[in-house]
Structures are given as C-alpha cells and as structure tokens.
Ligand binder design. Structure first.
Ligand code: NAP
Length: 303
C-alpha cells in the first residue's frame, strides 16, 4: 500500500510503498478514504510532541473509510492514518453517519470530543454563560464554537487573522476579535485555549469569578509556569484535557460523549468543517497550510 512516511524530525514526508498492515485479533482492516490532519501531527513532525513515535512512522491519528464488507467507519488511532490501509481496533470503530462524507468523518471525532468533553464534563457551563474561544477558526476552535452554542452559551471567538473572524460569526460566535484587539474589559465565564503561551496567561485575567480556563494545547508556545495564587486570588479554575489519555483511561466517558455528539450531528446542531482536502501525495502542502496558520476547520488527506 501507499503511505506517507516521516523518517526524521523536521524531515520531508515521502510517499512510499510499504507492506500492508498486519491485522491482529480484535482489529479490522480499514480502507482509508480520508485522514484528518491534526496539529499533533505537526508537533510530531517537528519533535515537539511529548510522546514521540519511533521514526520512520506513518502519522495520522484520525481516519475514516470502509471495512471489507463496505461498512463506513470513523476511528481515532495512535498512528497510521496517512495511508491507504489501516489496522484498527474494532472497539475504536465508530459508524459513519449516512448523511456524512468520508472527509467530514475524518474531521469529526478528535476536534469535537476535545471541545465536548471539557464543556460537558469538566466546566460548569450555565445557560447564557460566555465562552471565549482562542484559535476559533481552527479544527478544535470551529468545533468548540458549535458545541458551546449547542449548550446554550454565548460565544466570543478570537483568531490570528481578519479573514477568520467572519467564519467565527457564521458558526455562531456573537463577536470575534483579533487577539490583540480583544477588549480589555471583556470578561467571560469560560476560556477554551488551544494556543498556550502568552495568550493562555492573559486568559486568566479575563475570567469572571468562578470562571474556568480550559487548557487544550500549545500551538503558539509552551504554557507558562503557573502560580496557584493567580487562580486562588481570582476564584477561578484551570482545567486540562488530553483526549489521548482519556481514550486509554476513561473510554466510557469518551464513548458516551461520542454518542451524544453523533446525536447532535444527526439533528443538524453541529457539523464538522472541512476547510481543505488534499490527495495523500500532497501531504507536504497540507502540512504547510496548517503551519502557515491560514487553514480553517480541519484539513483532510485523501489516500
Ligand atoms: N488536548 C487535546 O486532547 C487536544 C486535542 C486536539 C487538539 N489539541 C491541540 O489543540 C490545538 C489546535 O489543534 P487543531 O488540530 O484544531 O489545529 P488548528 O486549530 O486547526 O490549527 C492551529 C491553530 O493554532 C493557531 N496558532 C497560534 N499560534 C500558532 C503558531 N505559532 N503556529 C501555528 N498555529 C498557531 C492558529 O490559529 P490563529 O492563527 O487563529 O491563531 C492555527 O490555525 C493544538 O495545539 C493541538 O495540539 C489538543
């Protein structure tokens, strides 16, 4: 089969012929029709991910495709999505809804679970609460806007370029700002932050008392050292969520959230946003697009 191989940190992807994956007991062979490009693939490529795989490796933690009997499925996997075939644990297979395309299926689970778990299981989100979403036009961001709206919250988006702000509003954000134009007096109940760095630190000061900051990622730079005094004095909380660990140690929570999200997708309340599609051979271009910060929604590869 063809797969996009990464042989070295910072190295190029090479479209190579590799042996078909071995299918172990309890696994199924999936003909991959679409693979989601997630920021963790960018971090791995540049050696910035805490759990680095041994290289060469086939990246790709999210895929959508068909089983041998034609059943359409989506799945989160540790690796291996950037390929024509993948061996996937049967327990990880989620049926692709009839109304969905393969590309949408590769743009659903990772981002929407990352948005949904904290907003429903970790944060107290009273109706009418205001949620500020950083990187709001990105994969996790566009999912978070939709989930927060579905839960009755008022949403404010923040993003890195003017073109992205209109998209945030289209998805249901009441307001949207460039990061350096967020009003000084904006106070919110929840901040969802996939960016990290200085933006994360500034977000603590934007929380109302009893507010919560949800730390999701560090696309823009590592988190600063935290002083408990900063959260105690403001009566606020910081929550972290890491889907990879939840999949291993809290699979029941992930399964319940997946069912709830499928219902919201089925009744049209939420919908994955596929911002760009590339053939697998153009994996370099796809990664360049995400690294350039010009991508919106989810970038998807088509093997
Ligand atoms: N904790 C978890 O389980 C989990 C799960 C999924 C994703 N994540 C994390 O969430 C973040 C978003 O993931 P995603 O896949 O949805 O990506 P994404 O949001 O589609 O793309 C990353 C976005 O981050 C923003 N950004 C800010 N500074 C950046 C920089 N220096 N370089 C590149 N991008 C920068 C950009 O948006 P602006 O230009 O608008 O700032 C960019 O579009 C990543 O940090 C990822 O690792 C964590």
């Amino acid at each position: 089969m063809k797969a996009a191989l990464l042989s070295a940190v910072d190295g190029p992807f090479e479209l190579a012929d590799v042996p078909d994956p071995e299918v172990a007991d309890g696994q199924a062979l999936v003909q991959v029709r679409a693979a989601g490009l997630n920021f963790l693939d960018v971090l791995i490529r540049h050696g910035r991910y805490p759990q680095m795989p041994e290289l060469p490796a086939v990246l790709g933690a999210e895929l959508c495709g068909e089983l041998e009997d034609g059943t359409r499925v989506m799945a989160l996997v540790t690796r291996g999505g950037y390929a024509e075939l993948a061996a996937v644990d049967r327990a990880s297979l989620v049926p692709l809804p009839e109304h969905a395309s393969f590309a949408e299926g590769a743009a659903f689970l990772l981002t929407f679970l990352t948005a949904y778990v904290p907003l429903t299981r970790q944060v107290r989100l009273v109706e009418g609460a205001t949620v500020l979403v950083h990187a709001a036009a990105g994969g996790v961001g566009t999912a978070t806007i939709q989930v927060a709206r579905a839960l009755g919250a008022r949403v404010v988006g923040a993003a890195g370029s003017a073109e992205k702000l209109d998209l945030c509003r289209e998805l249901g954000a009441e307001d949207a700002f460039l990061y350096d134009e967020i009003p000084d007096d904006l106070r919110v109940d929840v901040v969802v932050d996939p960016v990290g760095g200085e933006l994360f630190e500034a977000a603590i000061g934007r929380l109302r008392p009893l507010g919560q900051l949800v730390a999701i990622g560090y696309a823009g730079g590592m988190w600063p050292e935290l002083q408990p005094a900063n959260v105690v004095g403001r009566s606020v909380g910081i929550q972290g969520v890491y889907l990879g660990r939840l999949l291993r140690h809290a699979p029941d929570v992930v399964a319940a959230c997946t069912r709830e999200l499928l219902e919201l997708w089925g009744n049209g309340t939420i919908k994955p946003l596929v911002g760009a599609e590339f053939p697998l051979a153009d994996v370099e271009k796809a990664h360049e697009l995400v690294e350039s910060r010009r991508s919106v929604g989810k970038v998807v590869l088509l093997p």
